[in-house]
Design a protein around this ligand. Structure first.
Ligand code: ATP
Length: 233
């Protein structure tokens, strides 16, 4: 499986000072796969994706993308290697305009506008300051920015938590397009019904490590919750 995986992470560990956020986490994502990363609050999901994208550096472990080692120092390096993410906290500087933010990450504003138009996200002016734009639109903007880099792996960290149902549906459309095109998605959400409906596989993290991997449609909610809690129900 891992020989032809898109993403293979092994033994990823990270501490913040005395806080051990990830003790040893493995994750394998196949080509064309929509893969959910699940776990209770504090399980280490966001830390893991931050290590994948170059926002923070891992202490230990190996990561490969399409067989090539991934050891990123910045999100821009992630774009170049084929990884782009929408983070839980909008990764946009509030006092700058959207256009200036895009320039800072070497993102083609015209391509971002094309994606927004394609997704029918109207009324977003790239000349506006980020602080004046409602959160749901910022998430969609972040998504369009990630897509503009044509990632092999698109990481979505709780993107739907801040979205109304109609915008969440657009995210699911993007996920389906990404996997149909041979790319992959790593999807984090606490909404299990979204995971069961839109993801082919899931990995469950608990206490900073991976504890289960299965197809969520087969496990359904009971198995997901059991794995998250580490309990028989
Ligand atoms: P959530 O679902 O709430 O987003 P998570 O699974 O994404 O949780 P992380 O945010 O990765 O978990 O947190 C893992 C652990 O690391 C937690 O104990 C958290 O308090 C701690 N942690 C996260 N970020 C920092 C930080 N910047 N400094 C210190 N500790 C941190």
């Amino acid at each position: 499986m891992s020989a032809d995986a898109l993403l293979a992470a092994r033994g990823v560990a990270k501490s913040y000072g005395s806080v051990l956020a990830l003790r040893s986490a493995d994750l394998t994502v196949g080509h064309g796969e929509s893969h959910a990363l699940l776990g209770a609050n504090g399980a280490g999901k966001s830390t893991f994706v931050k290590t994948l994208t170059g926002v923070i550096r891992r202490d230990r472990g190996t990561v490969t993308l399409d067989g090539a080692p991934v050891d990123l120092r910045t999100p821009a390096a992630g774009y170049a290697q084929g990884i782009a993410a929408v983070f839980q906290d909008p990764a946009l500087i509030p006092d700058l305009t959207v256009r200036h933010n895009l320039r800072l990450t070497a993102t083609d504003a015209a391509v971002v506008e094309e994606h927004l138009a394609r997704l029918e996200i109207g009324g977003l002016d790239l000349g506006e300051r980020v602080r004046d734009i409602p959160l749901p639109f910022l998430r969609m903007l972040d998504l369009a920015r990630a897509l503009a880099h044509r990632p092999k792996l698109l990481i979505l960290d709780e993107i739907t938590a801040a979205l109304p149902a109609d915008l969440s549906e657009k995210v699911f459309t993007v996920m389906a397009e990404q996997t149909r095109g041979g790319g992959s998605v790593l999807f984090i959400s606490h909404r299990l019904e979204e995971v069961i409906e839109h993801c082919d596989m899931c990995t469950v993290f608990r206490d900073g490590g991976d504890v289960a991997r299965f197809a969520p449609k087969e496990g359904r909610e009971k198995r997901i919750v059991q794995s998250m809690l580490g309990e028989q129900m």
